[in-house]
Write a protein of this length. Structure first.
Length: 264
């Protein structure tokens, strides 16, 4: 379990995450238990990111990161900004998403110009991410980052910010045709039909209950207030929803937004 040793900078976003260096010489985007979006956001991040990795989507490695009270006490910026005032980040176990390299050497973008976006090495994975977001009912806009690994010429995409999967802290599934779509529909220009969402779609449909249970078992109980019954129901719902994903994608295709202009 990585231990945070240095705060690097605050990150954008409602969860008020922090980029931190840990004792394993890796950097992590850390979300704290007392973030404004609620404790379950951490459980969602860990569970969803591990499931996404299991079906072969480009996502960051995850970790439960320990942040000590002493580091918080002596780091002025380790605070949560409230409407009125601010409070210190809590110590203990937090969610960590590994940063793609050293922030001094790796430039990360959340937006690319059109030409570079279309040349992204793993652009077709946006189809798999949409299938995943339909399955998990991500009620926030899909977030992704782009970076260019050392000694490589092309940019790579990585999905991030899975805290609003399972409808954030509600743990239910209010499906809607436009939910899960990436804002820049250009990434779906290659979609020709439902087969464009393979192999990720079939991997979701064939996922065994044991995979869900294994992923859920890694969540610290205080990230969901020890409500094991709620976790078990979430796993049951996710297993049942595997067979709904095809129809949910088709509903997006038929929507007024027309995100897949080349679907034949």
């Amino acid at each position: 379990m990585p231990l945070a040793v240095e705060q690097i900078r605050r990150m954008r976003g409602g969860a008020q995450a922090q980029l931190m260096r840990c004792n394993d010489d890796q950097y992590y985007v850390v979300k704290f238990r007392n973030n404004p979006q609620g404790t379950r956001i951490l459980a969602n991040e860990l569970l969803a990111t591990r499931l996404a990795a299991r079906i072969g989507l480009p996502t960051a490695k995850t970790a439960v990161v320990e942040v000590g009270q002493r580091l918080i006490q002596y780091t002025e910026d380790l605070v949560i900004q409230l409407v009125r005032g601010r409070i210190p980040c809590v110590s203990g176990f937090q969610f960590g998403s590994q940063y793609p390299g050293s922030p001094a050497e790796t430039v990360v973008f959340d937006f690319l110009p059109e030409a570079q976006l279309c040349e992204t090495v793993n652009l077709t994975a946006f189809c798999g991410i949409l299938a995943f977001d339909k399955w998990t009912c991500n009620t926030n806009g899909r977030q992704a980052i782009f970076f260019r690994p050392r000694d490589e010429s092309g940019y790579q995409m990585q999905m991030i910010d899975n805290g609003f999967c399972f409808n954030a802290g509600e743990w239910n599934f209010p499906d809607a045709p436009l939910r899960g779509l990436y804002a820049r529909h250009r990434v779906y220009d290659g979609v020709r039909g439902i087969e464009s969402f393979e192999p990720w779609l079939t991997r979701i449909e064939k996922l065994a209950p044991s995979v869900l249970e294994e992923a859920a078992s890694a969540i610290p109980p205080d990230w969901y207030d020890g409500d094991q019954g709620a976790v078990e129901k979430l796993m049951e719902d996710l297993f049942r929803r595997r067979t709904l994903v095809r129809d949910l994608i088709v509903s997006s295709w038929k929507s007024s937004a027309q995100p897949f202009p080349n679907w034949k």
